[in-house]
Write a protein of this length. Structure first.
Length: 380
């Protein structure tokens, strides 16, 4: 299939697709949308940045358009996401694609006061996009009913389980009708995730667009072996070399992210941090500035490794390698999105070589070494 018109979408949704400048379906969209439109359950294996949101949003919007809206009714679609940032982007996609049909979307996540969310839910919505914990809060307050849900989506299921959301998910499932359409997406498929999928899905259409734990082909991956004490200078040098490129820098800890921002400021490089200790407004402002290009460098923990869809990220720099090798795949997937090229550079000291070996084993390829800028000493 080479165009969205081949997928069986309505004329209104085709206009919406054109308005948001989707040109041709991505592989996951081409494979998942037809069974989604047919009402089948879908099990999708795809890494981040492959267009999963539209793959489930377009079938849901088609279903909503075909039904009769009931004022004040409970939501007909529920999308669960692991992080606030991913939930926000999913809701934004639903609003953009559903603007012509006036779709009502409620965005529900923690870190902000509940009353405004409760008022939105009480007014009646078509789609709820939520993180599990805050959704359960509203369920306990009887601010939302899930007994009318026709379509349930679980996005980034592997990250959900990494964050310990298995029990909240099971709690939510008790309130969702068993007769429903379910769309389940994950970048990896462990035994635990496969078990959850089996419990949620009925005869699903299975779609897979990449081998498990592979990295984006257009990412030029490099490693610099450098002593920990020299990483700050190497990072500053790399950022000066990149000119006006938009760069995402990853650290392992929240305090480490703040230290990197402070050190970059001392080196004359403006940057902002995004991590779990930041308030939701702070995180939104930092992300908005990065997306708009007002901030060229964003320093993040793995909270940003998935779900942050910012176009034009030219470089990802791992100031510290993750100790979970799968996180490396999701980190570098922030660049080379939508067919663009990008570069991922990892700064590795002697204590991190074991992490590097685990990553290379997972992605089934060695990562070439490059020289640090300004001929700084390498790690021993």
């Amino acid at each position: 299939m080479t165009s969205f018109s081949d997928l069986g979408l309505s004329a209104g949704l085709l206009r919406a697709v054109a308005a948001v400048r989707y040109e041709t379906p991505t592989p996951i969209q081409a494979q998942a949308i037809p069974p989604g439109l047919a009402g089948r359950d879908v099990l999708g294996i795809a890494q981040t940045g492959t267009g999963k949101t539209a793959a489930f949003a377009l079938p849901i919007l088609t279903r909503l358009a075909a039904g009769t809206r009931r004022p004040g009714a409970a939501p007909r679609a529920l999308v669960l996401a692991p992080t606030r940032e991913l939930a926000s982007q999913i809701a934004e996609t639903f609003r953009a694609l559903g603007r012509e049909m006036g779709v009502r979307v409620a965005l529900v996540f923690g870190g902000v006061p509940k009353p405004r969310q409760a008022r939105t839910l009480a007014a009646g919505v078509d789609v709820v996009v939520a993180t599990p914990g805050r959704l359960i809060d509203h369920m306990q307050d009887r601010a939302v009913r899930l007994d009318q849900v026709e379509v349930l989506v679980l996005d980034e299921a592997d990250h959900m389980l990494d964050l310990g959301f298995i029990l909240p998910i099971r709690r939510i499932l008790k309130d969702v009708p068993p007769r429903r359409q379910t769309m389940f997406f994950s970048a990896t498929m462990s035994r635990e995730i496969a078990g959850l999928a089996d419990a949620m899905l009925q005869d699903p259409a299975r779609v897979s667009v990449t081998p498990v734990a592979t990295t984006v082909e257009k990412v030029d991956q490099r490693v610099i072996f450098v002593a920990q004490s020299h990483k700050r200078s190497v990072l500053s040098g790399l950022l000066r070399q990149h000119g006006q490129g938009r760069t995402l820098v990853f650290t392992r800890t929240k305090h480490g992210a703040d230290r990197v921002v402070k050190h970059l400021a001392e080196d004359g490089v403006a940057a902002e941090a995004i991590h779990g200790n930041k308030s939701q407004p702070q995180r939104e402002r930092a992300l908005a500035a990065f997306r708009a290009g007002n901030t060229r460098v964003l320093v993040a923990t793995d909270i940003a490794a998935r779900g942050i869809d910012v176009s034009g990220i030219t470089h990802v720099i791992n100031f510290e390698l993750p100790n979970v090798p799968e996180s490396y795949v999701h980190r570098i997937g922030r660049t080379a999105r939508a067919g663009a090229a990008g570069q991922a550079i990892s700064l590795v000291d002697g204590a991190e070589r074991a992490f590097l070996r685990d990553i290379e084993k997972l992605i089934r390829q060695p990562i070439p070494a490059m020289s640090p800028p300004d001929a700084l000493p390498r790690a021993a």
